[in-house]
Design a protein around this ligand. Sequence first.
Ligand SMILES: [Zn+2]
Length: 412
Amino acid sequence: MRVEMLRTFLTAGLCVSAGAFLAAAVTTDDISARAKKLHFSSIVVDTHDDTTQRFLDGNFDIGARSTTGSIDVPRMREGNLGAIFFSIWIPSKITGPEAVHRALVQMDAVRGQVRKHPNDLVLATTAAEIRVARKQGKIAALMGVEGGHMINSDLDVLRKFASLGVRYMTLTHSGNDEWADSSTDKVVHNGLSDFGKEVVREMNRLGVMVDISHVSDKTFYDVLELSKAPLIASHSSCRAICDAPRNMTDQMMKDLAAKGGVIQINYHVGFLSQEFRDAEKAHPEINKAIGDEVTKRCGDNEACQLIEGDRITREYVAQGKLPRIDWTKIIEHIDHAVKVAGADHVGLGSDFDGANMPYGMEDSTKLPQITEALLRKGYSEGDVKKILGENTLRVMAEVKRVSRELNSLPRK
Ligand SMILES: [Zn+2]
């Protein structure tokens, strides 16, 4: 289209302006080419994906291109997703030994997928291992536990998880656990309990990143004060743009950054868009209808529920019953977080396969758009690389350094 316009322009004989137009056209194309080169030469890290649930039903093979969901090897390669944290997740209401057992089953499922695809995937636990995977042309698979309820208030269980390769734990999911308050539950512990403090200390010692997505504001500040290592918010967005209690306020982002942490922006429309959130609130019957339809299609198959929830929500958007949210909303959140916290403290935590994705960010093949959009906004190549993954790699290395230091001290 651009070439045709140029031809018309030249035929009209407006030679002086044509020169300017040509320069503009070249600049635009130049950014696209630069973005492509930058994106595919970067290590892109995503700190939160719910794909693990799909491994459990036995029919999903991450090595094959799927027509549903957002993540598989071919689509990760197409979007140059180089490192992925598979979420180990069960609902907050499942507690005790069953929670531990189900978490272990999921860890085994992740490790099983890695074993099945040795040419494409490799289990990684450090930033250095992610870089090695990259050099070998493999995708680094990592694990994060989403919810402290899975350790059943037992530090031995936490240590076992760490030994199996878990490298972050989100202190709560949407409900409180026995030792920390969630942002979407009532105040019970007033933040972190004494045992919760033991958990954070042990995570620091083990080199497991402390993830404050989902926790209450008070829990966040308790953890921030206590932790010897920087924190992550593995999949959170900005509360100033979308008033969800599990998003971070500007002040929280500043305080997180001051101690070296990173907020990895979540792509879920209900955390990105106030308009979407308001529409959901105004029409609780729609949410109920979506929930009923999900149950009808999936029964208690959680992987199916997560994937179908997104699909059914899109049906409501198509019917005009919910607002259509565009992927550029992700850029708005990244840009806001960068303005508030700085380019050294923002990353990506999609929530793919576990949330409702905005239009244009249906799967990992769409990731290069983020790079191009940030360049078009005037971001430097160095800052874009940091946001795509280097900031998360820096935190991982720092958490490991702190762990090594703590382990060299005599135990109290
Ligand atoms: Zn979550």
